[in-house]
Design a protein around this ligand. Structure first.
Ligand SMILES: [Zn+2]
Length: 675
């Protein structure tokens, strides 16, 4: 006879998933609804045969495993619940009842912690080391053994139901019936223990590090994965997979941060588990029988379920998206821990702020020196632009959560990697002869300079290099550079269009030469075409330049036919836009032109030429991108970075000439970087 746990202490809130009950099975095990509104099934302790000798090599040898009792989400975590706790919804296909996807392992762990905090439980994950403390009371990802045990629910075949592939259609959303998307969690028939979507819909992260030969040596009691390794195990298959991947014992090794992902990120979701509740009070219950009494007999709610047996902390990668830099990334900003207290987290959950984590911080590069480049009254490119941006970051409450990076002048060798020494000298000499209040013009009528402009331009380029260093040293995951003068029109030998040195192009060469990374993606969403960036890398296959811009428009370049030259053929992508084009048009260009090219190119680092002059009602531009539109573009670029470059992004201010737009667009952009 099963025992039923009385859980009167738990508030019975509405279940977060829209599950369809199957009377014969869904009530087979007791369940609770947690204070944050998630229904969880109490999985009894028991033994089962893990793996399969008929499946892939890494599924064997099949072996007997015992797991302690635990609570497991009845459904995959929905977008609604994820957003409620995290203030963001990373999913590609947005629909609140669908499982959340585009979730990295790191984000899954952070969600687990946020959920623990929201319910007054002890977070399981150390946010510096990614170590899971199994003795804590809070939420975590299931071990591989827990996952397979719960999925099998007492069965021993390929799936948790009879009928093989044909029956899959009743139980799972997968390649044959999903129409290439997720579906609301809990719609399909549950497994014998009442768990929905264990096969298909979103694939699910486990807590275990992957090793192909792990089953040969794993312990029989509560195995928790090997201590070493860079990939984690994903289970259950997704809407995109064929029947084989949906099998109960199928294992996928996946990078925790999307870099070198085998699976598409929009298939990756999660469900949580936590320690079974205390055994008392227990009342004799008239629980229903279930298909396989063998596993349920003797089921006990064992207080020892969470007995601590943590992995070697040194063996775990830092909890940040940095798998490919795991050795050098050390969990950024360890000295900034003020944002991880519970109060702060709770605030985040309630006011749509992205979650705080020392290891997932974004940097802000800014210095007052950037105000010292003077332009005439009435000129669009003014020092006040940066004050507008800072105001936007302050008013949105973001600024104190950013890691400040200070500018430093760029060493001449990096400037001359893009510009001729003669030109650099010409800039210096032209500024040197100016008095404190003078404004002259360099090369063109749209390039005013003042006495300190040369020094400021060196600091702008140097600041971007400092931001690159901060990212590659693991101090921040990404950075936004509020710099001026801007750069993407500055040619090798000539100033142009408010630009003196091409900050982004200089950074690209610096990344390659100083940090020895091979491939750089430059995404330029300024309303103007970055003619100088195109020029700098036009025949270079190691830099992919992608630009959306109004065309024809200043500076006249940027035709779609210009795709690169020689070895660089195909690594220059111009996506011209029409006057009035807004969020939909620019998003389409990003999704259809940038994303496929970038995923094929596989950059090691991503730079953004971040011009806010594509904003609706910009003083100079004629496009209609909204602030939220810039956030969307940011998320798309982040998706690329997370898949290819361990999330490494440095965004560099280019244009943007209307104060209110600068404030709101910068806040939206930086917030999206921080998510
Ligand atoms: Zn511009």
């Amino acid at each position: 006879m099963m025992r039923r746990v009385s859980l009167a202490a738990f508030a019975l809130l509405a279940a977060a998933c829209t599950r369809v009950d199957d009377a014969s099975t869904a009530r087979a095990l007791p369940s609770i609804t947690t204070p944050s509104g998630v229904e969880m099934v109490l999985i009894p302790a028991g033994e089962f045969r893990m793996g399969s000798d008929r499946g892939a090599e890494d599924e064997s040898p099949a072996h007997t495993v015992r797991v302690d009792a635990f609570l497991m989400d009845r459904c995959e975590v929905t977008q609604a619940h994820f957003e409620k706790l995290m203030g963001e919804n990373p999913s590609k296909v947005k629909s609140s009842a669908h499982p959340v996807e585009m979730v990295t392992w790191v984000l899954a762990a952070l969600y687990s912690n946020a959920r623990s905090r929201a319910e007054g439980l002890e977070p399981c994950y150390d946010e510096e080391t990614a170590e899971c403390d199994f003795s804590r009371s809070g939420y975590r990802l299931p071990t591989e053994a827990e996952w397979e045990y719960a999925c099998r629910a007492g069965t021993s075949g390929d799936y948790s139901f009879a009928g093989g592939e044909r029956a899959l259609r009743e139980h799972a959303w997968f390649a044959a019936n999903s129409s290439k998307t997720t579906h609301p969690a809990g719609l399909k028939k549950p497994n014998p223990w009442g768990l929905h979507d264990m096969h298909g819909n979103a694939a699910e992260w486990t807590n275990d590090i992957y090793a192909e030969d792990y089953y040969g040596t794993s312990p029989a009691d509560n195995p928790r994965g090997p201590a070493l390794g860079k990939q984690y195990v994903v289970r259950g298959g997704s809407w995109k997979d064929g029947p084989d991947v949906l099998r109960s014992s199928h294992r996928v090794a996946e990078n925790p941060g999307f870099a070198d992902a085998c699976l598409a990120p929009d298939t990756l979701g999660l469900r949580c588990v936590r320690r079974a509740p205390e055994p008392a009070p227990i009342e004799a219950g008239a629980a229903e029988t279930k298909p396989d009494e063998g596993n349920a007999e003797g089921a006990s709610i064992d207080e020892e379920a969470g007995a601590s047996r943590t992995a070697d902390p040194a063996a775990r990668p830092a909890i940040e998206i940095g798998a490919r830099t795991g050795d050098e990334a050390t969990g950024a900003s360890t000295d900034e821990t003020d944002e991880t207290d519970e109060t702060d987290e709770t605030d985040h959950a309630s006011n749509d702020e992205p979650p705080a984590s020392p290891a997932l911080k974004t940097g802000l590069l800014y210095g007052d020196i950037y105000l010292e480049h003077r332009t005439p009254a009435g000129f669009p490119e003014q020092p006040s632009r940066l004050r507008d941006i800072l105001r936007g970051l302050e008013e949105s409450g973001l600024i104190e959560r950013l890691v400040r990076i200070d500018p430093a002048p760029a060493a001449m060798q990096w400037i001359t990697a893009i510009h001729s020494p003669e030109y650099v000298e010409r800039v210096r000499a032209a500024c040197a002869k100016l008095g404190a209040d003078d404004v002259e013009y360099l090369d063109t009528a749209d390039m005013p300079i003042s006495a300190r402009s040369h020094e400021v331009a060196l600091a702008a380029a140097g600041g971007v290099l400092a931001a690159v260093d901060a990212v590659l040293e693991g101090k921040v995951r990404s950075a936004f550079c509020a710099v001026r003068p801007p750069g993407h029109h500055a040619l090798r030998d000539r100033a142009m269009g408010f630009c003196i040195f091409n900050n982004v192009a200089i950074a690209a060469r610096y990344i390659q030469k100083r940090h020895e990374l091979r491939k750089v993606l430059i995404v330029d969403w300024d309303v103007h075409h970055g003619n100088a960036t195109q020029d700098a890398f036009y025949d270079d296959p190691t830099v992919l330049y992608f630009s959306t811009h109004l065309h024809p428009f200043y500076p006249g370049t940027g035709a779609e036919e210009l795709t690169g030259r020689g070895e660089g053929k195909g690594t220059n992508i111009n996506a011209p836009l029409q006057p009035g084009d807004g969020d939909d048009a620019i998003r389409k260009a990003f999704q259809e032109k940038l994303v496929p090219a970038a995923l094929e190119f596989r950059p090691d680092f991503v730079l953004i030429s971040c011009g806010f002059d594509a904003h609706v009602n910009d003083r100079l531009g004629r496009l209609a991108v909204t602030s939220e539109g810039f956030a969307e573009l940011t998320r798309i670029v982040k998706g690329i970075a997370e898949r290819c470059s361990s999330g490494r992004i440095v965004s560099v201010l280019e244009g943007g000439y209307t104060p209110e737009n600068l404030a709101s667009a910068a806040a939206a952009h930086v917030r999206a970087l921080m998510e």
